[in-house]
Design a protein around this ligand. Structure first.
Ligand SMILES: Nc1ncnc2c1ncn2[C@@H]1O[C@H](COP(=O)(O)OP(=O)(O)O)[C@@H](O)[C@H]1O
Ligand SMILES: Cc1ncsc1CCOP(=O)(O)O
Ligand SMILES: [Mg+2]
Length: 263
């Protein structure tokens, strides 16, 4: 895995254009900034073309979608394809809310995304596979996570990250698993949103190999979280979230390499 991409990202400080949800927008902005990217959020379709032009990549989050935002997303997605900017889609809660699934499938038919990043409930829903999602959370199911992720990637001709205790990253054929992390990620709302935006940041500095960018993003975030958790003496979700921002700013390639659990 090309972990040096972390240093490349910090050298280039790429602009990441986020269509964010209103729950976690500040966590996402601060997380990207700490890592070494330059976040910008926009909800205005009139400035869509400029946003896409100045950005290295686009992250589209469906967490608090509105009809106006869906129209903006459609314009932004098509512009990103036209300007060859990588697009990451975070299909928040499509496994639990049929309307969201319908919207996500329509958007996926309107423009090409490079990476879909979701939890098991979200990726299974897009792949049309059986799963019991629970709100924004993964929920439960019996299916094989690698098969679900591969089916989703093949259906939408893109990379898929099915995140959770182990992140499954696939381009539809090849599969890499990152087993790092901490259960504290699940105790903080917005961990998945941050991962999606970090994937976009790495895609901005690796636009010709988003599969590689997806792997590095998963390892850097999960590794940083694991390092934070190893210093906490109790279950402290708020402290975890604060310390994660600091760690994203300080973490080095050798530190991540030492703890990497990849297969
Ligand atoms: N139980 C867990 N153990 C380790 N890491 C986890 C665990 N649950 C989630 N993560 C990590 O949290 C991040 C967000 O993933 P996830 O919780 O699946 O997204 P979402 O918040 O969208 O449901 C990922 O980096 C993932 O590796
Ligand atoms: C609580 C909530 N409601 C709509 S979006 C959102 C945040 C989802 O964040 P994540 O999927 O990263 O935990
Ligand atoms: Mg999520």
């Amino acid at each position: 895995m090309e972990l040096q991409l972390l240093n490349t990202l910090r050298d280039h400080n790429p602009i990441v254009f986020n269509i964010a949800n209103f729950v976690t927008v500040q966590d996402v902005a601060n997380g990207l900034n700490a890592l070494g990217a330059s976040p910008i959020m926009s909800a205005e379709v009139q400035e869509a073309e400029t946003m896409v032009q100045i950005a290295g990549a686009v992250c589209i989050n469906l967490g608090t979608l509105t009809t106006t935002q869906i129209d903006q997303i459609r314009v932004v997605g098509k512009l990103a394809n036209q300007y060859h900017k990588p697009v990451v889609l975070d299909p928040v809660a499509v496994g639990a809310v049929p309307y969201r699934k319908k919207v996500a499938l329509e958007l996926l038919a309107d423009f090409q995304v490079d990476v879909i990043r979701g939890n098991a409930g979200e990726i299974a829903a897009l792949a049309g596979m059986d799963w019991q999602a629970k709100g924004i959370d993964a929920g439960s199911g019996q299916g094989d996570l690698v098969e679900i992720a591969q089916a989703c990637a093949q259906q939408f001709q893109c990379c898929v990250i099915l995140s959770g205790p182990t992140d499954v990253i696939t381009d539809g054929q090849r599969v890499v698993k990152v087993a790092n992390g901490t259960p504290l990620f699940q105790r903080h709302v917005g961990s998945g949103d941050l991962l999606s935006s970090i994937v976009a940041a790495f895609a901005a500095v690796s636009p010709t190999d988003v599969y590689q960018a997806a792997q590095v993003a998963c390892l850097v975030l999960a590794g940083a979280g694991e390092l934070v958790a190893s210093q906490l003496t109790a279950d402290r979700p708020a402290t975890f979230a604060i310390d994660l921002i600091d760690r994203l700013s300080l973490v080095t390639v050798p530190e991540i390499q030492t703890i990497a659990q990849i297969n």
